[in-house]
Design a protein around this ligand. Structure first.
Ligand code: MN
Length: 507
């Protein structure tokens, strides 16, 4: 502990996350109304969504399967028996006056994931549960209007609520967990995970264990509601830590209440604001929904969906580092999106040299995808470019065998993007980039460079300090004379022979 100012005591941060993930099913959780973003207000609505009398909900089988896939990915136990409960509250965006959720028998029970951290280590984060429920609609309070507007398109959308144990110990870990969960959901194709469209909403539960006068003081837990960006998760957690610490320091002898309070996040002000205090489960009057039968999950059903749980990003990053010798950063970039990683694996499985392939993906391919993004769409992935695994494999092989230089890979790749199904070797030929390994031709280029640079020759011969640099300079001059077509390895060999001969001559 610091002894200089003794202002800040030692403390531990505990953060548990609640995450609502919107599942990308075709229809809603308990009815056939379309589930999608961007329709005209109140166009994705039917009598069930409107809560009209005489209608009955029906379980969306696909939503249950998607929830189980996430459960399996998070190593959760899948409950053989689960049921539906009504969570009662009145709000104009919820016409039935209750939300159908799962209270005491969630579909997915305890699990855990091994979360990679920024320093290269990882930590186990326990999952408490994950259950299915339905979303509410949206209220719009427009400036200058005396009424509020209701859009029920989102009402009834399937939500998977995932709850972790308080195993995250910093705002950064909370953010990393959210990002990893998004990747997992996108790999499993259970959610588009578009943050701007509210596909994932985060609610961190934060408190501190402060070591004070030989005792541990636990601050009251606060839950920050409805965060829809990773940045706001990190910022809100940081703010809460400082706020709880300041509250404790202002009155260190008062034992904090053990109740839980709910706070909202003001992104502009960068602070949380108190919304509700002491909210208990019984306030919601949970009870089993009499309109829905309990759900029995047969083990064969679980086994049927298991193949859909593909190799997840964490495992894939590890494989890329261990099997392909990639750096952590390279493996991370290539596995960020499943389609990109699939394309990479496909090209690698064709026998392409992996180092060349990695450089192609992270060099020219990433660059062209980025350029296409600014011009056409918000995001263009490498896998959206019209270059096939076969073309990647051939191009990587062409570089590896010395057919073209690594530098020439850039224009050849650009040619492949602009000319559908072109053969990389033909492209190199057309662009005049085929590497020349003819001994006589290379010698001619070397002699041309030597003749044009007497100063560098003199430095090489007479100044040991400049020997290395002048060699590099001359190598560049030869490559330039050949317009990039000379084989750098052969150039180096010939250049060294000629220079050493010249030095021995003393000419
Ligand atoms: Mn919920």
């Amino acid at each position: 502990m610091s002894t200089t100012t003794a202002v800040e005591p030692q403390y531990k941060v505990l953060i548990g996350m609640e995450i609502h993930v919107q599942l990308a099913t075709k229809s809603k959780m308990f009815t056939g109304a379309a589930n999608g973003f961007g329709g005209a207000p109140n166009s994705q609505v039917d009598p069930v969504i409107l809560g009209l009398p005489g209608v009955l909900p029906v379980i969306n089988k696909r939503a249950v399967e998607m929830a189980m896939m996430v459960g399996l990915a998070l190593n959760c136990q899948i409950a053989p028996h689960t049921k539906w409960d009504r969570k009662s509250y009145y709000y104009p965006d919820l016409p039935k006056n209750y939300q159908i959720s799962q209270y005491d028998q969630p579909l997915c029970g305890p699990g855990s994931i091994e979360l990679p951290l920024s320093d290269g280590s990882s930590k186990s984060v326990r999952i408490r549960r994950a259950h299915l429920e339905e979303d509410a609609g949206k209220l719009m309070h427009e400036a200058g209007m005396t009424e509020s507007l209701v859009d029920l398109n989102r009402a009834g959308t399937p939500l998977l609520e995932i709850v972790t144990e308080p195993d995250l110990n910093s705002p950064e870990e909370a953010r990393l967990f959210g990002e990893e969960l998004r990747r997992i959901c996108r790999y499993l194709a259970v959610s588009h995970g578009i943050m701007q469209q509210g596909h994932m909403r985060f609610e961190p539960n934060i408190n501190l264990h402060i070591y004070h006068n030989g005792k541990t003081v636990k601050t009251a837990i606060t839950e920050v509601k409805n965060l829809n960006s990773f940045r706001s998760v990190e910022r809100a957690c940081s703010y809460e830590i400082q706020r709880q610490l300041a509250e404790f320091l202002a009155n260190p002898e008062v034992v904090p209440s053990q109740g839980k309070s709910t706070r909202g996040w003001d992104d502009d002000k960068g602070m949380t604001l108190l919304q509700r205090e002491k909210e208990e489960a019984h306030d919601y009057r949970y009870f089993p929904d009499p309109d829905l039968v309990p759900l029995h999950v047969d083990p064969t059903w679980v086994n049927d969906i298991r193949p859909g749980v593909v190799e997840l990003p964490i495992a894939r990053r590890k494989r890329y580092q261990e099997k392909f010798g990639m750096s952590a950063k390279e493996a991370f970039s290539l596995t960020e999106e499943r389609d990109v990683a699939d394309l990479f694996d496909q090209a690698a499985s064709l026998g392409a040299p992996v180092r060349r392939l990695t450089n192609l993906f992270l060099g020219p391919a990433a660059k062209m995808a980025n350029e296409a993004a600014s011009a056409e769409a918000a995001t263009v992935l490498i896998s959206d470019l019209p270059v096939t695994a076969q073309q990647y494999a051939k191009l990587a092989e062409l570089i590896e065998s010395g057919g073209i230089s690594a530098t020439s890979a850039v224009p050849v790749f650009e040619y492949l993007v602009k000319n559908l199904n072109a053969d990389p070797a033909d492209a190199a030929q057309k662009l005049g980039l085929v590497q020349v390994r003819d001994q006589n031709q290379t010698e001619a280029w070397v002699m041309q460079a030597i003749a044009a640079n007497p100063q560098a020759i003199s430095d090489y011969k007479n100044n040991p300090k400049k020997k290395q640099a002048s060699m590099g300079f001359l190598r560049g001059a030869v490559m330039k004379a050949s317009q990039g077509k000379a084989d750098p390895k052969l150039v180096g060999e010939i250049l060294e022979t000629k220079l050493n001969a010249a030095a021995a001559d003393g000419a």
